[in-house]
Write a protein that binds this ligand. Structure first.
Ligand SMILES: NC(=O)c1ccc[n+]([C@@H]2O[C@H](COP(=O)([O-])OP(=O)(O)OC[C@H]3O[C@@H](n4cnc5c(N)ncnc54)[C@H](OP(=O)(O)O)[C@@H]3O)[C@@H](O)[C@H]2O)c1
Length: 270
């Protein structure tokens, strides 16, 4: 997306100084959102779009017609996508996040949650994009909440293990990655079963007078996808400002001769 910005300049003529206002077209920075067809990805796309970013979203089965279709488990497709598009920022939302599907189709799910994440990270490093990786509170065992950024993960199921493995892959290729470990999400759904929060409605509908299969001891912290999307956008903007500052004050190198990077962050949002 490009937007018009007013720029003022002084024009000096003999005996006359003029203040001239020009309209200049400014191209917004580019963000690539994987999993753009999903519950969180849709909110992330909307958030960046409405704040002047050029957004490219990718999906898989639901991609067309609004988004690019890219199977992230296909290494060549990921490489082509990133090399053609060259985003400034990547928000990597795509994942298999249903623990039961994960257990039943482990190889396919690991391929998406770990190998595709590794490939996205590798290509992010090549094109110098800031990577924001969406992880989960399932990396913890839940025995000693609340958890901080430095607490030791101990995932109890395949889903949590694959997301933690994904985190490690992002750190291996992009040491400056931003990892967000988000709790259960709610937001605008395409069907009530899309979110663990709204699917409660279905369970209540199906309940009989005698029973309703709900967990009565689990404590969770549902989080609005719009809030996560805003955090992603603000982190991206803050990191971009810092990079611009580094580039302007040190060229592309810092005082120790290393390339100026994004600030490493593992951020807790609850
Ligand atoms: N939902 C939650 O409560 C929750 C909680 C904590 C963390 N998270 C994390 O948040 C992120 C987003 O979750 P979500 O709820 O938005 O997930 P979602 O609604 O299930 O969406 C998953 C996304 O992954 C895409 N995808 C699936 N297979 C793919 C493939 N082979 N290649 C490319 N894309 C593929 C899907 O595309 P198509 O649908 O077009 O096939 C979809 O856009 C995930 O990383 C998840 O681990 C979610």
């Amino acid at each position: 997306m490009s937007c018009a910005r007013a720029e003022q300049r002084l024009v000096f003529n003999p005996g006359l100084v003029l203040l001239v206002q020009d309209e200049v077209l400014v191209q917004g920075p580019k963000v690539l959102v994987t999993g753009a067809t999903g519950l969180l990805g849709r909110a992330v796309c909307r958030e960046f779009q409405s704040n002047g970013w050029m957004v490219t979203g990718t999906g898989y089965r639901r991609a067309r017609p609004r988004f690019l279709r890219c199977d992230l488990t296909d290494e060549d497709a990921v490489r082509r996508l990133l090399q053609e598009y060259k985003p400034d920022v990547i928000v990597h939302c795509a994942a298999e996040r249903r623990p039961d599907v994960m257990e039943r189709h482990t190889d396919a799910a690991v391929s998406l949650n770990v190998h595709a994440t590794s490939m996205v990270s590798k290509e992010a490093a090549v094109c110098g994009a800031l990577l924001i990786y969406i992880s989960t509170d399932y990396v913890f065992d839940g025995r000693n909440p609340p958890y901080g950024e430095d607490d030791c993960p101990n995932p109890l199921n395949m889903y949590g293990r694959s997301k933690l493995e994904g985190e490690r892959e992002t750190l291996r290729h992009c040491p400056d990655v931003v990892i967000l470990r988000v709790p259960v999400l709610f937001g605008e759904v395409e069907s009530v079963m899309e979110s663990a929060v709204t699917s409660l409605w279905q369970k209540v509908q199906e309940a009989t007078e005698e029973s309703c299969p709900l967990d009565h001891c689990l404590q969770r912290f549902p989080t609005d996808t719009r809030d996560v999307a805003t955090v992603c956008r603000k982190l991206a903007e803050r990191a971009r400002q810092r990079l611009t500052f580094f580039r302007e004050s040190h060229g592309s190198q810092d005082s120790h001769g290393k390339s100026a990077g994004w600030e490493t962050a593992l951020v807790k949002i609850t």
